[in-house]
Design a protein around this ligand. Structure first.
Ligand SMILES: [Zn+2]
Length: 101
């Protein structure tokens, strides 16, 4: 196995031609790349927004409905859509995750 530990484990094949990716040096980083067509896998993280709603000395928490971590407590939060700003994401997170009881 030639995959260094810093590489994401899920990227195994080229999205352009289907060849098995190999690891190559790219500047100071090792990156998975396609030996056939040259495509380089640049792992990216997803931006998210969370909201802390405070009252007195308490903070509002919500219970996650979906995996991962379904049933766990968290701040109201969500992933940002392309072109969305953090305030929009936060606003949607609040309205979609808080139901009056
Ligand atoms: Zn390729």
């Amino acid at each position: 196995m030639d995959t260094p530990s810093k590489q994401p484990p899920l990227a195994r094949f080229c999205i352009r031609c289907g060849s098995l990716l190999t690891v190559r040096q790219d500047g100071e980083q090792e990156r998975k790349a396609c030996p056939t067509c040259g495509w380089v896998y640049y792992p990216r993280s997803s931006s998210a927004s969370a909201v802390a709603i405070l009252r007195d000395d308490q903070v509002l928490m919500v219970r996650r409905k979906y995996e991962p971590f379904a049933g766990q407590w968290t701040l109201p939060s969500g992933f940002m859509e392309c072109g969305e700003d953090p305030e929009q994401t936060a606003s949607y997170a609040i309205t979609s995750s808080i139901r009056p009881s």
